[in-house]
Write a protein that binds this ligand. Sequence first.
Ligand SMILES: Nc1nc2c(ncn2[C@@H]2O[C@H](COP(=O)(O)OP(=O)(O)OP(=O)(O)O)[C@@H](O)[C@H]2O)c(=O)[nH]1
Ligand SMILES: [Mg+2]
Length: 181
Amino acid sequence: MPNAGKSTFIRAVSAARPKVADYPFTTLHPNLGVVRVDENRSFVIADIPGLIEGASEGAGLGHQFLRHLQRTSVLLHLVDIAPFDPEVNPAHEAKAIVKELKKYDETLFRKPRWLLINKIDLVPEDEREKRIAALLKGYGKVDRHFVISAISGAGCREVTFALMDYLEQVRKGHAKANSAE
Ligand SMILES: Nc1nc2c(ncn2[C@@H]2O[C@H](COP(=O)(O)OP(=O)(O)OP(=O)(O)O)[C@@H](O)[C@H]2O)c(=O)[nH]1
Ligand SMILES: [Mg+2]
């Protein structure tokens, strides 16, 4: 979704410096960043414009860039766990995006997808467990999930290490980058 913190995340884990702002559709083009986990191990990450409901029919911008994701090994779905509007249900929003992805391209839908539950810093500590559980329940099946604060960097290194390990498995042929292949 727009405003979920995708550009903030790529800034946290790479040297890429895309614009970050508190309004939707800040990112208009994909940004690439190199994530270096140590001296000899790195991978490339792409930040794309946010998707919205109706994207597969042309609403918003994100669909124009989904084709750039065809060759990626894993998708990261950034979800804002603390939307500004308390009426907004993060699980509903997130599922709507997954539906768009499926409508747009089944093979993207079937790619490994990790859920990054972002903006945890905005949730009071005593509510975190409950809100995370509700999001996971509402979202449905997910390969892996991480709880992060892209703005403070909390939890972000764990994501990059897990990604690096996973990509090394993919490169060795031990894991599938795309279950449709
Ligand atoms: N409190 C808090 N704010 C965050 C976090 N991550 C991002 N933000 C804020 O959320 C707003 C949107 O962040 P962006 O990184 O621009 O979001 P985006 O997903 O790239 O948005 P689009 O490019 O419009 O699709 C900015 O005001 C960020 O500072 C976080 O972990 N915690
Ligand atoms: Mg952005």
